[in-house]
Design a protein around this ligand. Structure first.
Ligand SMILES: *[C@@H]1O[C@H](CO)[C@@H](O)[C@H](O)[C@H]1NC(C)=O
Ligand SMILES: *[C@@H]1O[C@H](CO)[C@@H](O)[C@H](O)[C@H]1NC(C)=O
Ligand SMILES: *[C@@H]1O[C@H](CO)[C@@H](O)[C@H](O)[C@H]1NC(C)=O
Ligand SMILES: *[C@@H]1O[C@H](CO)[C@@H](O)[C@H](O)[C@H]1NC(C)=O
Ligand SMILES: *[C@@H]1O[C@H](CO)[C@@H](O)[C@H](O)[C@H]1NC(C)=O
Ligand SMILES: *[C@@H]1O[C@H](CO)[C@@H](O)[C@H](O)[C@H]1NC(C)=O
Ligand SMILES: *[C@@H]1O[C@H](CO)[C@@H](O)[C@H](O)[C@H]1NC(C)=O
Length: 683
């Protein structure tokens, strides 16, 4: 069943990648590739610039990538003493040659420290290597989390048989990998799958684990396949202690010594310096390398440059002309994800016609579309430049697409072509909540029972984003127009995760780019750029008040005067007249329950962040009428100074757009009170 893989396509691909990688390193002209994924562990402590920890980290990581003693692809070192001690682990894929391993780690160290500028603990993955560091001891410990998954949304043709073959292959590889020695725990192999396909798979643990620990980690990774990769042809899963990958096209170098029990002590010359690939097998020694490297260095350089230019030019050409190519030629990242073809979407939306336009959100217009198979979708055409590169953008979309909950709008995929960035969502038929609650006539369709159900649904969706999903997502732009309603009037939160696509500093809890909507924004976020799950709780509180009162947050009318909803609700509450503010079209429901919801709403908009409940507490408060609620105090309010805020904002906003006047001006005009904004915040 288990076969040796065909090596020709893979090694030529590996060689061409290495050529370009080396060229890149030599020339320093190309930007560094991004990680497949990385985590900055915000909750594990920070260090300050030029502190002892910072110095130790720098020293440690430069030793790690310049160390030439160890060449079995695993590097574990520590530096410093006591509380400033830094521990780091670097591991390369089992088939990667020492030189490329070191340069991969070298790239990782620069990028990881750049991405996570003050976190004591961080982890990042490239195609060929993984780097992590922490102030904790991370050696000899199995750590199954955090986990990332990357996948391609192509189903295997004969799914059941494919899964069966894959399982058998993985089981066999698991035993081989975990029984590896303390230098390498790696196994890669292939098996003949259905429809003449070959399944290639790879499993690897950090070799500091015991056999049992490695096995545990791999078992978990294999079970993660069910999360998102079930029946798909390409997937990879990474954990701090182990990783897994499978694919129907070859991706590893089978000529490398994959046997875990005999780690290659010799350093075969890198493919760049010797085009006779077969001669690198066996016991070539270091003299061979030196000669190979030194003598033809000029020739190689010239060759290299031309080959690289050729490969790049060819790739570029291909990527412009061949959109249907599912077998996307991969430079560093072979995952083309849940990607849709631009022409497919254009056809589905009738060339983004006005009739198909559902509305316009802060990030761009939304169109209704119908795919050729009849499925209805909503397409968001992003009009703002993401700060991220294509690969990171895709990865982010894939991660966000992984979140599934009945109170979240599902992301089906994305499309990145011709400078377009589209997000494809499930189509939710009943429009958004604002369409009902702010409409004189339609709001009568929402009786208290429905509204209460909507409040509960939003709370559960938000709790999932905050706590229950693997990614901790802060929505940052929760508002009535981002709550869609399905045919049964169940709420579905949309636009979650978008903040991640547009804000570089998401991991840091403080941002220079404010994404949100005035009126729903917590004061600490609007003024100081500080966001947390509690800033979402604030927006949730405003939303609850809107749902009960049936008016927009910015202009609650009472006789002649208009005031903001938070002040209005608070004043009425304090004066004991809160029952008068309930939307008069609500005739059902218990007054107690409604008052309790106003009370919860007010607790959510407290000025002091710590006084606001978490979403988990909100759900307890909503579900149990016997829980005593704390008394709210004066809520936090955005002092209205929209004039100056929006002036700054419109300037910056325009520089952020693609220069298409269509998107820029419209949103700026509307931004004062209701449109979403994305703005670099003045500090
Ligand atoms: C790591 O740093 C965090 C935050 O500074 C601290 O709470 C923790 O005790 C440190 N761990 C070790 C092992 O020093
Ligand atoms: C680390 O820094 C971020 C801001 O950069 C802050 O939000 C976070 O609370 C800090 N973590 C700790 C444990 O101090
Ligand atoms: C590591 O990368 C830096 C540039 O980022 C380069 O100057 C240096 O030579 C590299 N070191 C090694 C050992 O590859
Ligand atoms: C893949 O298979 C699943 C389950 O059989 C199905 O729901 C999904 O629509 C399929 N996806 C594609 C792209 O065919
Ligand atoms: C696992 O190791 C055994 C013995 O070394 C070998 O025969 C088998 O082919 C390996 N399995 C895979 C899937 O590589
Ligand atoms: C690094 O790993 C090797 C092999 O697993 C082990 O022998 C060595 O003790 C480790 N070094 C440290 C500093 O833990
Ligand atoms: C490649 O190496 C083999 C074995 O070392 C040798 O017989 C052959 O002539 C070499 N081919 C080239 C093109 O150098």
């Amino acid at each position: 069943m288990v076969m040796a893989m065909a090596m020709a396509p893979s090694s030529s691909r590996v060689i061409s990648q290495l050529l370009c990688l080396l060229f890149t390193l030599i020339s320093h002209t190309t930007a560094q590739p991004s990680f497949l994924y990385h985590f900055c562990m915000n909750d594990k402590g920070n260090y300050t610039e030029n502190s002892a920890y910072h110095t130790n980290l720098n020293t440690l990581l430069s030793t790690l990538s310049s160390n030439t003693q160890i060449d079995y692809g695993f590097y574990n070192f520590s530096q410093g003493q006591g509380s400033d001690k830094v521990n780091a682990i670097g591991m390369c894929r089992g088939d990667v040659k020492p030189e490329s391993c070191r340069s991969c780690l070298n790239d990782s160290r620069v990028l990881l420290m750049h991405r996570c500028p003050n976190q004591k603990e961080a982890i990042g993955w490239y195609d060929n290597c993984m780097l992590r560091y922490s102030n904790r001891s991370i050696f000899d410990t199995m750590e199954p989390d955090p986990t990332y998954l990357l996948w391609v949304g192509i189903n295997a043709t004969d799914m059941n048989q494919f899964i069966q073959v894959l399982r058998n292959l993985l089981e066999s590889l698991r035993t081989n990998a975990s029984s590896g020695d303390s230098l390498k725990k790696y196994a890669a192999g292939s098996a003949a799958g259905p429809s003449f396909q070959t399944i290639f798979a790879l499993l690897q643990c950090t070799p500091d684990l015991s056999e049992q620990e490695c096995d545990d980690c791999l078992v978990r990774a294999i079970s993660n396949i069910n999360d998102r990769c079930y029946g798909l042809t390409k997937c990879r899963i990474g954990k701090p202690s182990c990783n897994l990958r499978f694919d129907t096209s070859p991706f590893y170098d089978s000529t490398a010594d994959a046997s875990p029990s005999s780690p290659s002590k010799e350093s075969p010359p890198p493919p760049v310096t010797n085009t006779n690939a077969t001669s690198t097998k066996g016991k070539s020694n270091s003299t061979g390398i030196v000669i190979a490297v030194v003598v033809p260095i000029f020739v190689v350089l010239v060759l290299l440059i031309s080959v690289c230019i050729f490969i790049r030019a060819r790739k570029r050409k291909r990527s412009f002309h061949n959109h249907n190519d599912t077998e996307v030629d991969n430079e560093i990242e072979p995952i083309d994800s849940l990607q849709f073809n631009f022409d497919t979407i254009r056809t589905a939306t009738n060339n983004f016609s006005e009739e198909n336009k559902l509305g316009r959100g802060g990030f761009g217009p939304v169109y209704k579309g119908r795919l050729s198979n009849g499925q209805e979708v909503a397409v968001k055409r992003l009009s703002i430049n993401s700060l991220q590169g294509d690969l990171e953008f895709k990865n982010e979309v894939m991660l966000v697409a992984k979140l599934q909950h009945r109170n979240l709008v599902r992301i089906l995929g994305c499309c990145l072509e011709r400078r377009e960035r589209l997000l494809i969502y499930e189509y939710v038929p009943n429009k958004s909540l604002d369409f009902f609650i702010f409409d004189q006539i339609k709001r009568a369709q929402l009786d208290w029972k429905r509204r209460y159900k909507i409040i509960g649904g939003i709370a559960r969706g938000l709790l999932y984003l905050h706590e229950d999903s693997r990614l901790r997502i802060i929505h940052r732009d929760l508002k009535a127009s981002n709550i869609l309603l399905d045919t049964e009037m169940n709420p579905k939160i949309s636009d979650f995760g978008l903040a991640r696509l547009f804000a570089v500093d998401q991991t840091q809890g403080k941002t220079s780019r404010i994404v949100g909507t005035y009126g729903y924004m917590a004061p600490e976020y609007a003024f100081r750029g500080q966001f947390s799950t509690k800033s979402d709780v604030y927006s949730f509180g405003v939303l609850v008040l809107e749902i009960i009162i049936g008016q927009k947050n910015s202009s609650v009318r009472r006789g002649e005067n208009a005031e903001d909803i938070v002040s209005f609700a608070w004043r009425s509450w304090r004066e004991g007249t809160a029952s008068n503010i309930v939307d008069p079209t609500i005739t059902d429901g218990s007054r107690n329950e409604i008052m309790r919801c106003i009370h919860i709403g007010l607790l959510c908009v407290q000025e002091n962040v710590a006084d606001r409940p978490t979403m988990a507490s909100v759900i307890i408060m909503l579900n149990s009428h016997s829980v005593t609620l704390p008394l709210p105090s004066q809520p936090g309010l955005l002092i209205h100074n929209n004039r100056s805020l929006s002036d700054i904002h419109s300037e910056e906003y325009n520089s952020e757009t693609r220069g298409s006047t269509e998107s820029g001006n419209q949103s700026v005009k509307a931004s004062e009170n209701e449109a979403s904004i994305t703005e670099p915040f003045p500090r």
